[in-house]
Structures are given as structure tokens and as C-alpha cells.
Design a protein around this ligand. Structure first.
Ligand code: SAM
Length: 267
């Protein structure tokens, strides 16, 4: 296959990436055969897997709207992924065009595509950086001048922390970000879980994602990631149960979600 314009030279087209596999699950077009195969295998094991992706995107939209209502006017979206319907800047700038958004991802396809669609938007940008190196990420996030670290920030860690292994200490990564943002900031986290469907979680964790390494964590481990933050109601809950706005948000059946989510407030 010829290299498409959206795939920089550094991208290995024979190896699945979490960003492109997720894009394939959402029906996007920035993925390769190897990503589509990984997504198809996941669907074979757990047929409602695409619903998890939709449910997660719906949580992202609601969390952004919640933060805007709470007065947040700038977002740091880490592990932002390949742009898809309902991107943070679209949701936020529709409500208030002055909102600023910095997308951060480790995947060059995600960052290149984000930078392309953001051309001409002075209030949004994209940065390639690694959440596992929070000091470097934060230093570089300050550079474009888009995010003012003296004003409250909406930090989005949506469907990314489960891509960090236990030894990479995801909880410490959240703590480093929490320490860097001012009081009044919010942190949204969603994370795949073994809490409700342990058998499906084990199947997906071990097989479908081999080579990618997704960690399905239990409720306690996900809740601990919010240490030091005041939980916004209703706390850490299944994805479709976090402040649903309409029936459209019920992509997954409550009681059977493969993801937990919550929003914490730095007070
Ligand atoms: N946040 C988006 C959403 O929820 O729709 C995309 C989620 S996607 C499943 C996870 C993203 O995290 C991928 O784009 C992947 O490249 C990115 N990612 C994985 N590890 C990362 C790391 N160490 N630092 C930054 N981004 C990372």
C-alpha cells in the first residue's frame, strides 16, 4: 500500500496503533489494514465493542460541556486521538468561540491530522508528546502560548490511561498534571474496566489487543487516579451514567459498560 499523505514517514504501517485501531472502531478513515484487522478481531470477541467507543466519545462531549458550564475556557486534551466527530474544539467553540484547545498525542497520525484540520483556527493546536514524560509534555504545552497555566484548565485524559502499564504508574502521571494546573481546574478521566464484564475484559485485554497492551482496571484502581481531586457528582460511574443528556447517550446498556468515567475538581 502506498503511504497516504496523512501518514508521516515515522509511522510503521504494518503495526497496529491504538489511535488508528480506535479510529477504525469509530468508522474513521485514518487507519491501515492491520488496524482494521485488530478492530475486527476485537469485535469478533466482543461484538458491542464499537458501542464502547461511541459511549466514550459521548462522555467526552458531556465532560467538555460540563466544564464550559463551570467556567473553563481552555482545554488540554491528552491522548486526543485521531480527530473524529465531536472533537473538543468543535464542541467547545460552538458554545464559546473564544475557548482554546491544545491536543496532545503520541501518535504522529493523530497529531498530523489534527494539525491539518486546525489550520486557520488560531485558538486550537496539536502537539506530539508522551504522557509518560509529564514534565516534558507540560514544558512543551506551555510553548505555543495557547494555554495559560495561571488560569483554570480542563484536562482531558479520555481513554488514554488504560494504555499505560502498571509499571508506568498512570496514577503518578495524573498527579503530575494535577500539580501543574491551578485551583479551579478540572480533570476528566475515562478508562476501560474489568468491573462489570470481567470475562470480556480479560478476552480483550489478552488477545484482541496483543501488541497494544490495553489494561482493563478495576473500579478501585480507576478511582485512585482521582486522588487529590474533589469528585464531581455522580463520581466514578459507568460511561453512559455520567450525566447523560438524552437517550442518545445510551450507547451501552447501563450495567454492562466496559468503561468507567469521572470528573475531578482541583479546589
Ligand atoms: N481521547 C480520544 C477519545 O477518547 O476519543 C482518543 C482515545 S484513543 C483510544 C487513545 C489515544 O491515546 C491514542 O490516540 C494514542 O495514540 C494516545 N496515547 C497512547 N499513549 C500515549 C502517551 N503515552 N502519550 C500521549 N498519548 C498517548
Amino acid at each position: 500500500m502506498d503511504r497516504p499523505v496523512w501518514a508521516p514517514e515515522s509511522v510503521d504501517m504494518d503495526r497496529a496503533s491504538p489511535a488508528r485501531m480506535y479510529d477504525a472502531l469509530l468508522g474513521g478513515s485514518h487507519n491501515f489494514e492491520v488496524d482494521r484487522q485488530a478492530a475486527a478481531y476485537g469485535r469478533q470477541l466482543v461484538p458491542d465493542l464499537p458501542r464502547l467507543a461511541l459511549s466514550n466519545r459521548a462522555f467526552l462531549r458531556r465532560a467538555v460541556r460540563f466544564m464550559i458550564d463551570a467556567g473553563i475556557r481552555q482545554f488540554l486534551d491528552i491522548g486526543s486521538g485521531i480527530p473524529a466527530a465531536g472533537n473538543v474544539h468543535e464542541v467547545a467553540q460552538e458554545i464559546d468561540p473564544s475557548v482554546r484547545v491544545l491536543y496532545v498525542d503520541i501518535d504522529p497520525v493523530a497529531v498530523t491530522h489534527a494539525a491539518t484540520i486546525l489550520q486557520g483556527n488560531e485558538r486550537a493546536g496539536a502537539l506530539e508528546a508522551d504522557l509518560r514524560k509529564p514534565d516534558d509534555l507540560l514544558a512543551r504545552a506551555r510553548e505555543p502560548g495557547l494555554i495559560d497555566f495561571d488560569q483554570p484548565i480542563g484536562v482531558l485524559l479520555v481513554a488514554v490511561l488504560h494504555l499505560l502499564q502498571d509499571e508506568e504508574r498512570p496514577r503518578d502521571m495524573v498527579a503530575a498534571l494535577r500539580a501543574a494546573v491551578p485551583a479551579g481546574s478540572y480533570v476528566a478521566i475515562s478508562h476501560v474496566t474489568s468491573a462489570l464484564r470481567p470475562d470480556d475484559a480479560a478476552r480483550l485485554g489478552e488477545k484482541a489487543t496483543s501488541g497494544i497492551g490495553i489494561r482493563f482496571r478495576d473500579r478501585a484502581a480507576i478511582t485512585e487516579m482521582f486522588d487529590g481531586l474533589a469528585m464531581v457528582e455522580p463520581g466514578v460511574v459507568e460511561l453512559p451514567l455520567w450525566r447523560p443528556e438524552s437517550e442518545r447517550d445510551h450507547h451501552e446498556t447501563p450495567g454492562r459498560s466496559l468503561g468507567l468515567a469521572g470528573v475531578g475538581h482541583k479546589v
